[in-house]
Design a protein around this ligand. Structure first.
Ligand code: FES
Length: 156
């Protein structure tokens, strides 16, 4: 996923789709992530203005939900499930391997990759599960992880 340049007009249109209702902030933020891939300071300022909220209120919601990243993502977004079933099948070790293999820490990005935790991908029967650019993979061993990454996208 490549971060789109922030477009104030497009942001206004998204906000208008939700009737500029402050109580729809979480849904609006999801729509912003879909459109821009991350929540910038410009976005927070505009959301606060157009939803009649304080910037602190918007910041509070953005920082509460791990889905709302506040830095631009890399070209490829890698999510590793950290919920119970996947933990029982080695997702912690897989995460450590992914950090080493991609050369970035969990919750960090470089130009090529973003590595993030996720809490259940609905694929518990095939733990541990990984999602790369929206596609879910099951029973991911460290070796399989490297193979999937190598064959997905153009980040490497
Ligand atoms: S616990 Fe990992 S997919 Fe459900």
């Amino acid at each position: 996923m490549t971060a789109m340049a922030y477009d104030k007009q497009a942001a206004s249109e998204i906000i208008a789709r939700f009737d500029a209702r402050g109580e729809m902030l979480v849904q609006i933020l999801h729509a912003f992530i879909e459109r821009f891939a991350w929540i910038s300071e410009d976005a927070i300022r505009q959301l606060a203005d157009e939803l009649n909220l304080s910037r602190a209120e918007v910041h509070g919601v953005v920082s509460y939900y791990h889905d709302f990243r506040t830095t631009p993502p890399g070209k490829r977004i890698v999510k590793i499930c950290q919920a119970e079933a996947c933990q029982a099948m080695g997702s912690r070790e897989l995460s450590a391997h992914a950090e080493k293999s991609l050369g970035i820490a969990m919750n960090a990005s470089d130009a090529d990759n973003t590595l993030e935790p996720v809490y259940c991908l609905g694929n518990c029967a095939c733990s541990p599960a990984v999602m790369i650019d929206g596609k879910t993979f099951g029973r991911v061993s460290p070796q399989r992880f490297d193979d999937i990454v190598a064959s997905s996208g153009d980040a490497n």
